[in-house]
Design a protein around this ligand. Sequence first.
Ligand code: GLA
Length: 747
Amino acid sequence: MRKTNQTIMKKIYTILIILTLSVLSIKAQDVQPINNWKFHVGDDMQWKTPAFNDNAWQQIRVDIPWDDQGYKKNEGYGWYRAKVVIPSSLKNKAYLKDSIKIYIGKVDECDQTYLNGKLIGQNAGIVTANFEDPNYAWTYERCYCVAVNDPAINWDKENVIAIRVYNGYGIGGMYQAKPEISMRELIDYVKIYTDETSFKQKENNSYANSVEIVNKYAASKITGKLLVQVKSNEKQKVLWEKQLDVTMLPLEHYKATIDFPNVENSYIVYTFTESITKKTIKTLLEIPYILTPKAAKTPRINGAKVFGVRPNHPFLYIIAATGERPLTYAAEGLPKGLTLDKTTGMISGSIPAKGTFKIKLSVENSLGKNTRDFKIECGDLICLTPPLGWNSWNCWGLSVSTDKVKASADAMVSSGLINHGWTYMNIDDGWELVHKDDSITCNEKFPNMKSLADYVHSKGLKLGIYSSPGPKTCGGYEGSFNYEQADANNYAAWGIDYLKYDWCSYETVACNDTDRLFKPYRKMQTALSKVNRDIVYSLCQYGMGDVWKWGATVNGNTWRTTGDITDTWGSLSEIGFNQDKCAPYSQPGHWNDPDMLVVGKVGWGPSLHNTHLTPSEQYTHISLWALLSAPLLIGCDLSQLDDFTLNLLTNDEVIDIDQDPLGKGATRVVKNTDYQVWVKQLEDGSIAVGIFNLSNDVKKITVNWNELNIKGTKTFRDVWRQKDLGKYKDLFTATVSSHGVMLARVY
Ligand code: GLA
């Protein structure tokens, strides 16, 4: 009996082992990982050849950039190599047996990928001396296909994969990569297209979202099932689901609009399962969630608490206030020379002499009254809080026109943004024509700059403009080189309030001495100091020479600390979470500028798209920029604002953190791969704390008092929800969505 049992057990074990092995071997046949990568800085085309001996090369990880592995600031070339056996058994299990896929993950910025010396794919090309922006190729995942009968493949033998990488700026190398080889299948020809802001909130508080699936395979139809699920952010529990049958003829698409209930703090998952191979692809979409409570009908004064102006220069300030209209405004203690329009809240005039003026502002309607202290500093320093406004670049690019600026100025007022302190309307590149009789002229899109300025001022808003110290702007338009004073005079005569001065082609005329970076900015500073108008001076040279250390010496009111931002998590997080070094230089009148906002409809050209940032990423964007005391320049078309974006930009408690009169930049107090904590000191002695979840999962994050450098019992206020969370001692824990933030004021 015992013996029989043992025999049976042995048999069962054997079967189990065989089963496990066969499962493992099926797995092994499916995907071949590419491990053990080696790396070398520099560039040599010999390195692509399989025969090259890379024994002396260093091992490297490909999930994190080379900067984090001892190759900090390697701007230029580097090569990765790995050896891998490509098993012919991959083909046995495949349905389509025509090509292999070599997946290498993300590469910052450009790559050329070789299989046994043969180029099998590249992204953004490899650019050398004339390195130009490779369309943000660094955010793309690379996957290259090779036909199974390509002699470059050594089936069942060693193959050498060599990747030539070029990095022009910032961190570089392969990252977020789990390289592997598999067969190309039907599912690789299927794409799911979704659109974050195609979420429509319906009357009964439910949502609708549109999805499109495309069959990119010309040789056959593709069928399958589309599973639509709404999952809760916190527990990732399925709250609602529906399955649809999908059939797509060659090169055809399938479209559906899905109605689902409004479930707070959740996301939608589209999973398509191809019916023959049962392989799946998945897309996740966060459902927009509105956090800022609606502004009360009772009056509230918002915006900056301090404003700087130079003596005898035109003064224009509109009191930002929410509350049911009509509102009546009053200002006690205004200096001689200034008058207030009681019905619009616009203060104008000029102050003849330097001085500090303490004003009591009040705003009243039938429901109540609100008062607030306000300070006018008449002296040399302007821009005492970071500029709040709009800039044309991230939406319109070079296609900006008078009509587009006017439409956004109108929307700045009609949307109510102006009531939260948003003021500047800045025209970026694309308005210039040529210098004629020493004067800069505007192209046909700006027939009358002075009347545009008058129009913008009549609304209590301000007008900004753009130029370059070089002969040409970045967009190839006329720059200010050798016309600095004439241009400054022109700007003042038109009524310009803000100048973004962008390095661009100055490189071609720059001298080679140690002064080269400051020289053009000093020259324009001198020119601006001679005009009888306050013009905020915004330096744009992408952070060269650690501009934050010297920007104030050329009277820069703001200075770009980085290259151009784009609407991806990669760009946003690389820029935003690398501002720590600039923090000590942030102060009233002088601001670090990590570039403009990428929320709403953006596009850098005539056609616009909804930002590619998820709702949580957008909360992170605005929170981090406010903590950094960054200029907040909205980069979208204001005439097409959706509810979510408007809500994001009208939270007065968030704006207060940005506009805090102390002007400190936040510093990072915790940094690890999954989350970071940033802290900003505020004028009233409280602190603003940003707890950022950088991981791909919802996370419970705990911060302790040592990290925050505080003591005793503290109240945490959720700034986005404008709600006190309670009193805490020693520790505070928040549940934060993926790429999201808990922004708190702690007092
Ligand atoms: C540079 C700047 C951008 C924008 C463009 C205009 O790229 O960094 O912000 O001003 O030029 O051409």
